[in-house]
Design a protein around this ligand. Sequence first.
Ligand code: PLP
Length: 414
Amino acid sequence: MIESATISNNLDVYSLRQQFPALDRKVKGKPLVYFDNAATAQKPQVVIETLNQYYTQYNANIHRGIHTLAEEATAAFEATRDTVRQYIHATSREEIIFTRGTTEGINLVASTWGRQNIDKGDEIIISTMEHHSNIVPWQILCQEKEAVLKIIPIHDNGELILEEYEKLISPKTKFVSIVHVSNALGTVNPVKKIINIAHRAGAKVLVDGAQSAVHFDINVEDLDCDFFVLSSHKIYGPTGVGVLYGKKSLLESMPVYQGGGEMIKEVSFKKTIYNDLPYKFEAGTPNIADTVAFKAALDFVQATGKEKIRKHESSLLAHATAKLSEIPGLRIVGTAKDKTSVVSFVMEGIHPQDIGILLDNQGIAVRTGHHCTQPLMDRLGIPGTARVSLAMYNTMEEIDALIPGVHKVKKMLS
Ligand code: PLP
């Protein structure tokens, strides 16, 4: 581990790092520098311990059992729902639906609200910078319903062209699905404004919070979004758990997603009566252990202090941007005024994949490729980028280690 005795913006990063065991390992004989946080974040010890405790102490199926283990597991599972409600400032715990992740949350909305409300000729708006998981479900819906998918264009710096968005809005617009923070560019979109414009036209809005929920204080009430989706694994929690927030009245009006146990009140061969919210959308045995441990991750983030984390990550972003910009032949992709925690770059004459492989040889983990945003890469006229994405435990020293690493790549390949 690269030692950092620094207290950055009142955040004791060195102590913080001690709580993430994976950061202590070596890769190719070098201390690991983990810069792939937008793909998934490392997990603090408390999350790992919570998983361990669940399986060693109170592993049981939830909701139906009356024995002690079932009651303990149910209480822990439902406690996560309460923590999520508070974390995103939702009004009611009934508005918090557990999913497998952001992808499933979007698919759920497309195949329930979408199937119920989208008709032939209706229009759905997304943007050029969406992750594939916020493109393909809407394409499937549009194909099925003969609806039209409209795309908000972007400026070369990776900002949305809001005037063009306003022009796309019409009486036919039924839904807007927009990413809060771009995973490929780090652009922070003005979602509150986007929601407001959509609502004036009577359209509903989903915010893809996969990249924002870890960095910002999310207030779904204040945003007034109709749906908000996120993934636990990007907020230092386990994989396989996500959240769909929906306004209660909307969730109530939507048809069910999957059928099975848990989502029913009563079943007969003639008729099935569905369960109340939130269980109506949670068919089958959920991912109990990982959901329970997700609470530990959210508690950890809140105890560390979101504001302190945000300031530290801002300093890291500024430092990484400044240092990488100094390298001749390197171009940063995505230079929006409002950015967070991501620096994507290309290097003259060098394929992004080669950058990734050669940095990995130096123990530095970055992501390379199209970042599941192929239409965005097409718009920018590049096959992909190398992406440095930052988390609360990254240090200035790690960024300083990246720079000679990139110079080395350049020397070897150009
Ligand atoms: N949306 C964005 C902006 C993302 O960055 C990601 C994952 O990288 C997703 C959606 C999909 O998240 P998941 O794979 O956790 O479902």
